[in-house]
Design a protein around this ligand. Structure first.
Ligand code: GLV
Length: 312
């Protein structure tokens, strides 16, 4: 019998993913019945999932071996109490590449002080602001998982001194890795530019707050392509108003779309981007989906399973 796989993501994603997935399933020698809806939920073996897809009640899918998310962030999935089946987050090399472009671009923007030159008035000749060399600047990454580490390497390749912080200590040839409260303080205290690529969990909420900002270098900048709740917004705004921080590039917010009256939109030190830092890329993520289903069928352990205790 063909393997029943349900695709529960918005219709537009189906249009783009379905041909790719079918092709890759065939190449992998998997006989798959890929459907957008079903009358027999207990027959479904795998669900390809996006939080904004049609299925919200997962209780009837009693025999599902894996729910494979198309999204890297799984906080919405974990809030769904009906979703108790094994869940894999998306670790997509294409998303990492796109994220590295975004992070490197905005690191360079802060490094070169481009916002200043973009804001000068005609005739205002501000030639007192040449940037130091990249190797004399330190970029810290809070979160050096698949995405963070990839971006950290891209930034290091540009010449910056790169620090990374994670829950469990990692080791890396290029990134100077830290963990725990002491490591956190070191990364905060040394970074000229701080990049947030942590998941949204109970432990990471409001990690950037008045107290932790006070530990940062004067004039440091923050780039947040991770998740909105990592930042206490009032504390960040206050730190920019007081001059403690030089600026922020924010891609993710507690409420999205960011409401028109949110002060971030008009703050002179903030650049808002609308959750576009990166996204799952079709070809590379379809390959990850197919690989995990192939593993399930071969009785091998799934890749990128979510640890519900840790929240990611
Ligand atoms: C995007 O934000 C994702 O979680 O994939």
């Amino acid at each position: 019998m063909a393997i029943p796989v349900l695709f529960s993501a918005p219709a537009a994603s189906w249009e783009s993913y379905a041909p790719f997935l079918k092709d890759l399933f065939a190449k992998a020698g998997l006989d798959v019945n890929l459907v957008q809806s079903t009358d027999n939920p207990d027959e479904v073996k795998y669900i390809i999932y996006a939080p904004n897809g049609p299925v919200q009640d997962f209780a009837p899918f009693k025999n599902v071996k894996l729910i494979q998310s198309l999204w890297a962030g799984v906080e919405t999935a974990l809030q769904n109490k009906t979703l108790t089946q094994p869940l894999a987050r998306m670790v997509d090399p294409g998303m990492s590449e796109g994220m590295a472009d975004y992070v490197l671009g905005h690191v360079m923007r802060h490094h070169l002080g481009i916002a200043l030159h973009a804001s000068v008035q005609p005739g205002e000749w501000r030639n007192d602001t040449a940037a130091p060399l990249a190797r004399n600047r330190t970029v810290g990454f809070l979160g050096i998982g698949a995405l963070g580490m990839y971006c950290a390497h891209a930034v290091a390749k540009q010449g910056f001194n790169v620090l990374g912080w994670s829950r469990n200590l990692k080791s890396d040839d290029i990134v100077d890795c830290h963990a725990g409260p002491d490591g956190f303080a070191q990364v905060l205290g040394q970074s000229d530019i701080l990049v947030l690529l942590l998941p949204d969990t109970a432990d990471t909420e409001n990690l950037i707050n008045a107290e932790t900002i006070a530990q940062m270098k004067d004039g440091a900048a923050i780039i947040n392509p991770g998740r909105g709740p990592l930042i206490d917004d009032d504390a960040l705004l206050a730190a920019m108003d007081s001059g403690k921080l030089s600026g922020a590039t924010l891609d993710v917010f507690r409420t999205e779309p960011l409401p028109a009256n949110n002060p971030y939109w008009t703050h002179p030190k903030v650049l808002v981007t609308p959750h576009i830092a990166s996204e799952t890329r079709l070809e590379t993520s379809a390959a990850v989906v197919v690989e995990n289903i192939e593993r399930g069928e071969a009785g091998k352990p799934f890749l990128h399973l979510v640890d519900r205790e840790a929240g990611y």
